[in-house]
Structures are given as structure tokens and as C-alpha cells.
Design a protein around this ligand. Structure first.
Ligand SMILES: Cc1ncc(COP(=O)(O)O)c(C=O)c1O
Length: 527
């Protein structure tokens, strides 16, 4: 496979110049271990940009979650509510303390954990609630706090949620729980390979947090010159990020607006240009779920169709990814339940549904416009091949087409000015690469546009009977030669348009009930 041709699911941002400056600065400062110069800069950044007044850099979000479990003094027999639809670390960090995990289901309309299911599962034994802001979409932590009368500590797993703002409060996520944990794993918006952050919102936990991450010692006091030597005073482990990793993090944080703008733009382009299949092969996310553009996912109705989609994308050198296997039906939890080490629980059915339906598309700051178009075309092509061309209202489509043509940065024609055939054909020659035609029901006079390798011929009621569309199509044929046309059988106007021009459907395809069906020039129809 040509490496250039391959579109990965993710590519971490890399800022060579700021990274080498940061490494050099650490070297000059004389410290590569934790709490060095770059660590200081990152911590200051989190304070200034997000208002995270007390934070510690850690080796990973997993490490931050393990710290959270230690800070909360959890003991065997305690119950901790965790989402079913999450990464293993959100639960494993607490399982390590011997607690009973209680799994909360997802919402129906999005994969985030359901607040009402969490509340329904609270008992007297509940000692902590872990929530995950899935895809950066904020969970209503304040509502859980209010309804539990602030009696149960909440851990916010913000692995996906850097730079995410909760529209309910207008503030960044990660400030409502007693602690919040972030990930800088390379799949995240600010990805440095491996890395994490622990934000401590509860003042009473701050000193313990400093001890926990320094192997259970008061080494932080020692480093601050407060004590003559340091010693073991509590449980802990090594939870510091080295200053080399912090250099990488600092180099990325300086570009966070560039990263975020690029990701948001990719998310918007997906949502604007992907077909919404009318027969619901998949559903696109609602724009209200854009959040920090951590993820763009499609929700497939049928798991087999999803597998077919993943395969089709792979064949086009596009890597897409499904997501979590529900934790409550994982082999580990099933075994714990069989051995009676964990009480039985009802399966989290929504979480299972999300696990079977969701596919994530490539989304990273470095995704070029050309590669993004390739992903969009590949998805649209798949949707179209399943008979699901969604004919958007012609008016909207027309302007969308023009917007895209303008984006091509070419000598494109637009409908606002006199259409020059010369200009038009030059454009089409340059961009011609299509196999799918949609004829709009209602549109503007004579318009053939190229939208993501999808040629659209629009005619107007005004031009009805004047043969403008036929004329345009014939000229078009002269330019590009005969071509196969895929049409929806239920689009009568479209069918009769092509029948008149001598296109006929493939009899075999018709018998097989294919829709859309391919029409070819010549031959005869056997209906
Ligand atoms: C929700 C969630 N929590 C925690 C983690 C663990 O993050 P890390 O790899 O930084 O340990 C992940 C990783 O993807 C995650 O998705």
C-alpha cells in the first residue's frame, strides 16, 4: 500500500520547533525528571486557560484515575458507579482497590452515561461515582451533585474532554467533580504519545494528591525546602510525568487553538457533506454533540452493515474505528460474577447497542483537505451503493455545491454570473471523477456541479419543457464520453430524464431489486 495514500484514524500533532526549544530549555535548566521547567509551564497554562488551579501532570489518564481511587480511600465492599461504555481504565483503577463496581448504562440518543441510570443505582454503599465526558460531550455533573446532595464524590474522567465547555455552565469541564482526569495519549486532541493530568478541585485532597504521586512520601515538601528530608507517610506510587514528556506537552499546548480550529473544521465538514441516508443505514451525530471535536462518529443501524462499511473503508485505504466493548459484559467482569466476587447486574443494553453501532471516522488536526474529501467521498459512495442517496432540497444543495466549488479554489463557475461553458468544462475536466448522478426535483436553471465526486444536474421548473437539462447533459456527454449513471428507482423524474436520453437499466440489477440501479447508454429494457 502506498503510504501517502493511506488515511490513518489518527495522527498526533507534532510541533518540531517548539518541541526542540522545550527540550533545550529543560536541558539548560538541568532537570529531565518530573516537576521540571516544562511541567511548571504546562501547569501554569492549565491554570490560566481553564482555571484548573491545582493540577499535577501524570504519566497517563489511567495513572490519574488510579490516584483518584487512592485519594478517595476506597475499601473492599464499597460501591463505585462507573459507566459501562468506557475505556477499561475508568473502572480498573477502582477495581484495583477491591471495590464492587456498579455499571451505569448509556443514554439512548448518545453514548454518554445516563444521569438517571446513575441516580437509580446509588445506594448507601456508593462511595464514588465516575463519569466520562464521552467524545468531549459534557455530562451534567451538577445535576448528579444536586440530586445526591453533594454526598458522593464524583470523579470526572475527562480523557476525551480537553478544551470542552459545558453549555449549561459556560465553563470548561473538569471543575465540578472532586477530581478530574485528562489524557494526552496520542489519540486525544492534545496527543503527545502518553501523558495525563489530575485536576484536584477538593482542597482537602490536595496535600494527599502530592504525597500519593511521590510514592507516598512528602518529597514535594522536601523539594520546597519545607522539611530537611522526606519519608514514607502514606500509600502512593510514581505518578509524575518526566519533563521530556512535559516538553512535548508544552510544545503542543502552545498550539492548542490551531489544533482545535483544525479539528472543529474537520468535524463541521463531515457533518455538512456526508449524506444523511434516507433509509437510515447510519445516522450522523447531531451538531449539538460536536463539543471539542474529539470524535466524529456514525451510528449504524445494523452491525453487519457496519462491518461491511469498515471493510469498504479499508479497501479505500481509510482507517475507521469502532469503540468500546461494554465493560459489564467483559470477560473479566463475567468471571468476577461467576466467582461471586461481584454481584450480578442487569446488562447495560444501551451501552451494548452503542458498542455494536458506532464507527469513528479519521479526525486529526493534520488531516489535509484532499484526504478529508476522500473520506467524505468514500462514506457517501458507500451510502449511495446501499440505495440511500439523500436528495437534499435543491435550493440548499445548489448553494452548498457552489460553496464547495468555491472551496476548490479553482476557476470555478458560479450561478451568480453568466455561465461560461468554456470555464465550466475546464473545471469539470480538472475535477472529473465521478460515477453517481443525482437529478434534483426542483432547482435552478441549468446547473451541473461537482460535489465531492458526485455530479449533480439541477434543472428548474422554469426551464421545464425547454430542454435545457437535456441540452446540458448532451454537451456533458460529448465532453466526458458515455458513463454509467446510478439512479434511485423511485425518482421517476430522474428515470424518465435518462430514459429519454437513451439510458437503460441493467436487467440483472433490476431483477435483483437493486436500488439505486445503474443505467447504461444503449441496449433495451426488459422490465
Ligand atoms: C474514557 C477514557 N478514560 C481513560 C483513558 C485512559 O487514558 P490513558 O491512555 O491516558 O491512560 C481512555 C483512553 O483512551 C479513555 O478513553
Amino acid at each position: 500500500m502506498d503510504k501517502e495514500d493511506f488515511i490513518p484514524f489518527n495522527k498526533p500533532p507534532y510541533f518540531k520547533d517548539t518541541f526542540s526549544d522545550a527540550i533545550q530549555a529543560a536541558y539548560n535548566y538541568g532537570k529531565f525528571s518530573g516537576d521540571g521547567l516544562n511541567t511548571e509551564k504546562c501547569v501554569e497554562f492549565f491554570k490560566n486557560r481553564y482555571g484548573y488551579d491545582r493540577s499535577l501532570l501524570t504519566p497517563s489518564c489511567t495513572a490519574s484515575l488510579e490516584m483518584a481511587a487512592l485519594l478517595l480511600d476506597l475499601a473492599p465492599g464499597d460501591e463505585v458507579i462507573v459507566p459501562s461504555f468506557t475505556f477499561v481504565s475508568s473502572a480498573n483503577a477502582f477495581a484495583l482497590r477491591g471495590v464492587n463496581l456498579v455499571f451505569a448504562d448509556s443514554e439512548k440518543d448518545q453514548p454518554n452515561v445516563s444521569v438517571s441510570d446513575i441516580l437509580a443505582k446509588v445506594t448507601k454503599k456508593t462511595k464514588a461515582i465516575v463519569i466520562v465526558h464521552y467524545a468531549g460531550v459534557p455530562v451534567d455533573v451538577h445535576s448528579i451533585l444536586e440530586q445526591t446532595k453533594h454526598s458522593i464524590p464524583i470523579v470526572e474522567d475527562c480523557a476525551h474532554a480537553i478544551d470542552s465547555v459545558d453549555p449549561r455552565t459556560g465553563d470548561y469541564v473538569g471543575k465540578a467533580g472532586c477530581v478530574a482526569t485528562f489524557s494526552f495519549h496520542e489519540t486525544k486532541n492534545v496527543g503527545i504519545g502518553e501523558g495525563g493530568l489530575l485536576v484536584v478541585n477538593n482542597n482537602n485532597l490536595w496535600r494527599k494528591a502530592q504525597i500519593t504521586r511521590e510514592k507516598g512520601t512528602n518529597r514535594t515538601d522536601f523539594a520546597a525546602g519545607k522539611v530537611a528530608f522526606y519519608t514514607w507517610i502514606d500509600l502512593g506510587s510514581s505518578y509524575l510525568m518526566s519533563d521530556i514528556d512535559a516538553a512535548m506537552l508544552w510544545s503542543a499546548l502552545q498550539h492548542i487553538d490551531i489544533i482545535q480550529d483544525a479539528r472543529l473544521a474537520v468535524w463541521n465538514e463531515y457533518n455538512r457533506n456526508l449524506i444523511s441516508p434516507s433509509n437510515y443505514i447510519y445516522k450522523k451525530p447531531s451538531p449539538s454533540l460536536r463539543a471539542n471535536a474529539h470524535m466524529y462518529y456514525l451510528e449504524f443501524k445494523d452491525p453487519d452493515m457496519r462491518s461491511e462499511f469498515c471493510k469498504a473503508m479499508k479497501e479505500k485505504n481509510v482507517l475507521v474505528a469502532t469503540h468500546y466493548i461494554p465493560l459489564d459484559i467483559s470477560p473479566f467482569i463475567i468471571e468476577q460474577r461467576i466467582k461471586n466476587l461481584l454481584p450480578a447486574g442487569e446488562p447495560c443494553t444501551q451501552s451494548i447497542a452503542w458498542s455494536k453501532s458506532l464507527v469513528r471516522l479519521p479526525l486529526f488536526a493534520d488531516l489535509s483537505a484532499q484526504k478529508l474529501r476522500r473520506v467524505i467521498s468514500a462514506v457517501n459512495e458507500f451510502a449511495a451503493s446501499k440505495g440511500s442517496i439523500h436528495l437534499v432540497p435543491a435550493k440548499e444543495d445548489h448553494w452548498e455545491a457552489i460553496r464547495l466549488l468555491r472551496n476548490e479554489n479553482s476557476d470555478c463557475f458560479t450561478h451568480d454570473k453568466e455561465i461560461s461553458r468554456e470555464e465550466h468544462w475546464n473545471f469539470m475536466r480538472k475535477h472529473w471523477n465521478t460515477y453517481r448522478i443525482a437529478v434534483q426535483q426542483e432547482a435552478f436553471v441549468g446547473f451541473i456541479g461537482h460535489v465531492n465526486r458526485d455530479v449533480r444536474l439541477a434543472t428548474s421548473t422554469k426551464s421545464k419543457g425547454k430542454g435545457v437539462a437535456q441540452f446540458m447533459w448532451k454537451s456533458f456527454e460529448q465532453e466526458v464520453g458515455d458513463l454509467d449513471v446510478k439512479v434511485l428507482l423511485n425518482n421517476q423524474r430522474c428515470l424518465s430524464f435518462f430514459f429519454k436520453l437513451g439510458y437503460v437499466p441493467d436487467t440483472k440489477a433490476l431483477k435483483e431489486g437493486q436500488n439505486p440501479v445503474v443505467l447504461r447508454k444503449g441496449g433495451h429494457i426488459v422490465l
